[in-house]
Design a binder for this molecule. Structure first.
Ligand SMILES: Cc1cc2nc3c(=O)[nH]c(=O)nc-3n(C[C@H](O)[C@H](O)[C@H](O)COP(=O)(O)OP(=O)(O)OC[C@H]3O[C@@H](n4cnc5c(N)ncnc54)[C@H](O)[C@@H]3O)c2cc1C
Ligand code: FES
Length: 300
């Protein structure tokens, strides 16, 4: 394994066009946040209450980096009153060059996501973003190094946008994808088509290994000495288990945390998490200092 201390982590270039223009991001780069009314282009039913929503949201798409999220709001509605946070699953160019479309992969769990699922092409949705701290990518990487993406259920939503960034950095992306059943392993074929190696686990044993995604991670860490970095997104219990395994293994890891969010921009303090700091601990806002945190920082 490559030890965390041996890696220089850099804030990655987010999109080919931005890379070509020589633009780089750093944690101190000024945020470029937009609040706009986005037109629904498509809202594809993927089954098992999952939907892939494509929005025309050019400034947000153009400014976004993998790991960031957006706050989605139904303008003019009092119910739900608060916007809903959703990972920016991918950005797409409409004409092959400039990113103008934003993709959100969402699962219906309550009132807000029911309304999202009911959106039809041509309808509009208020989008605030991109928000939060993006993933970063290690550099330099040894030839053949792997990047593991560990997804629990709808946590997979965050990873499509990350794949090309990993590939550009010379890393081989491997998706470890756990869900309750095979029906919830949404978009796994998309990942395979991008050249990502996909390994699956289901709780009911309907596909892949029977059990949790942590079993796949344990196997991967034991058998792949070339793992350079691990990214994880999913339920809190999964992230805690994944974080503990990775700290023990010494492999660098970034966790994308979730929380209820009131504002998404650091104002309401509704999303704080306890993190390790030199002098002890501090509280960090998941919406601003996160949602991505090094596994070694999070105090569960
Ligand atoms: C940074 C971030 C990125 C996210 N990305 C995605 C994504 O890409 N796709 C996606 O489908 N969902 C994502 N979520 C979760 C999503 O925001 C919630 O599922 C959504 O807000 C629920 O709204 P609702 O009105 O449908 O449900 P509600 O009626 O508010 O709640 C329904 C049920 O879901 C539970 N719940 C709601 N929100 C959360 C939460 N944040 N954490 C844990 N449990 C919750 C509630 O306890 C309740 O049991 C993300 C959350 C965060 C913080
Ligand atoms: S959601 Fe308001 S501070 Fe994070």
């Amino acid at each position: 394994m490559l030890a965390h201390a041996n890696l220089v982590i850099f804030q990655a270039l987010c999109y080919d066009a931005r890379a070509l223009s020589g633009e780089t991001m750093s944690p101190s780069s000024p945020p470029s946040i937009h609040d706009l009314s986005a037109r629904v282009i498509e809202n594809r039913d993927l089954g098992a209450s999952h939907f892939l929503l494509t929005l025309q949201a050019e400034p947000v798409a153009a400014a976004a980096c993998p790991g960031q999220f957006a706050m989605l709001r139904f303008a003019g509605r009092m119910d739900p009153l608060l916007p809903r946070p959703m990972s920016i699953s991918d950005v797409l160019p409409a004409d092959g060059s400039h990113p103008v479309l934003l993709q959100i992969l969402h699962k219906v769990v309550g009132r807000g996501t029911q309304l999202l699922a009911a959106l039809k092409p041509g309808e509009r949705l208020q989008v605030l973003g991109p928000l939060g701290k993006p993933f970063s990518v290690p550099s330099p990487v040894a030839p053949g190094s792997q990047a593991l993406m560990v997804a629990g259920g709808i946590g997979v939503a965050i990873f499509p946008f990350l794949v090309p960034m990993l590939q550009r950095a010379g890393l081989k992306p491997v998706l470890l994808f756990g869900a309750r059943s095979s029906r919830e392993l949404v978009r796994k074929d998309w990942f395979a088509r991008q050249g990502v190696e996909v390994r699956t686990a289901t709780e009911d044993g309907s596909e892949g290994a029977k059990g949790f995604v942590t079993t796949l991670l344990q196997e991967a860490l034991g058998s792949s000495p070339e793992v350079a970095i691990v990214y994880a997104c999913g339920p809190q219990a999964m992230l805690k288990a994944v974080g503990e395994m990775l700290i023990a293994s010494g492999v660098s890891a970034q966790l994308s945390l979730e929380s209820y969010m009131g504002c998404g921009i650091g104002a309401c303090l509704g999303c704080v998490v306890k993190v390790r700091r030199d002098s002890g601990f501090a509280y960090a806002r998941i919406c601003v200092e996160g949602p991505t945190f090094p596994a070694s920082e999070v105090l569960w």
